[in-house]
Design a protein. Structure first.
Length: 314
């Protein structure tokens, strides 16, 4: 689908290395790992999802909001999530893309790029004077600018990824024909959880037992960190997977914040689960008198106990 883009003369692109940087080991990653990475990106920065970014050369507290219009995978432009299928089978993980010539299974991934609206004049006006002065006439999506994109789909466990503005172009086909877009080159290996730091997370290592509210099956896990509203757990067994927590389905999490106190039982909503790790929001606490709403005093009590244990271990 090369025809989707109006051609412009561009400087030769590097293979496996960015200008002024060390060789990029991710350029040589096997296709399976790149497909896994792409699947994570589709979950974190879905087509049609809102994201924010801040240009690398500004210190402004204002972030520019934009939208993920599509992806470019090798020479294929994708504007609908349904046109990309991740196939898990015996040989491994495969990627199938629905093109205008029919379905195509990729055996190798050469590049992954994001497409976002390229006209930023209105958004740039939201930046402060110092930031606008730093932008000059290039705008916040000037070619060669490195950005950190942050997904805003979830209040907890947002994801961020590093990109570089490769070029600007006009779409010549597809549902957004005629739109001016910026093509963002994704720096493989930079997708990670974004911590807004509204609440301080306390690192910990607490054994926990997890059950689903409709099942007696038990999953052994470890609480990795804790804040006033959420906590992150990892399943103990390498081959274990989190169960599905459909809407309204709660997880019962039992763990001991301090060795000299009885365990606590919390009823939580799963905000995000990937591989062996998951993030849960605490909704209720189970007491002898029954199930009570999880209050700030409960959160702080557990947090202080975890801090005491951490101090004793240092």
């Amino acid at each position: 689908m090369f025809g989707l883009f109006k051609k412009k003369s561009v400087a030769p692109t590097r293979r496996g290395q960015r200008a002024g940087s060390a060789p990029d080991d991710d350029a040589a990653r096997p296709t399976r790992r790149k497909i896994e990475y792409l699947q994570r990106m589709f979950d974190a920065l879905a087509i049609g999802s809102r994201i924010t970014y801040l240009p690398e050369y500004t210190d402004s507290k204002f972030r520019v909001e934009t939208l993920v219009i599509g992806y470019r995978i090798n020479e294929h432009a994708v504007f609908r999530a349904r046109d990309v299928e991740f196939i898990h089978d015996e040989p491994g993980l495969r990627l199938r893309i629905n093109t205008r010539h029919g379905p195509e299974t990729l055996t190798r991934i050469e590049e992954i790029k994001l497409l976002i609206p390229g006209d930023t004049k209105a958004a740039d006006r939201q930046l402060d004077l110092a930031a606008r002065a730093a932008l000059g006439g290039r705008g916040s999506l000037g070619r060669g600018t490195r950005l950190t994109l942050v997904s805003t789909a979830l209040k907890e466990s947002n994801q961020k990824v590093e990109v570089e503005v490769e070029r600007h172009t006009l779409l010549t086909e597809g549902p957004h024909k005629g739109m001016h877009v910026a093509v963002l080159d994704v720096m493989l290996g930079t997708l990670e959880e974004h911590e807004p730091r509204k609440q301080t997370r306390i690192p910990c290592h607490c054994p926990a037992e997890v059950t689903r509210d409709d099942s007696e099956q038990l999953w052994a896990a470890t609480v990795l960190d804790y804040s006033e509203s959420s906590m992150r757990l990892r399943l103990d067994h390498d081959d274990a997977k989190w169960p599905r927590f459909d809407k309204g389905r709660l997880a019962n999490i039992r763990f001991s914040p301090a060795p000299d106190k009885p365990p606590v039982m919390l009823r939580c909503t799963c905000l995000k689960a990937r591989e062996r790790e998951a993030i849960f929001r605490m909704d209720y606490i189970v007491r002898a008198a029954g199930i009570m709403p999880f209050e700030t005093v409960d959160a702080l009590e557990i947090k202080i106990d975890l801090m005491k244990v951490a101090e004793g271990a240092t």
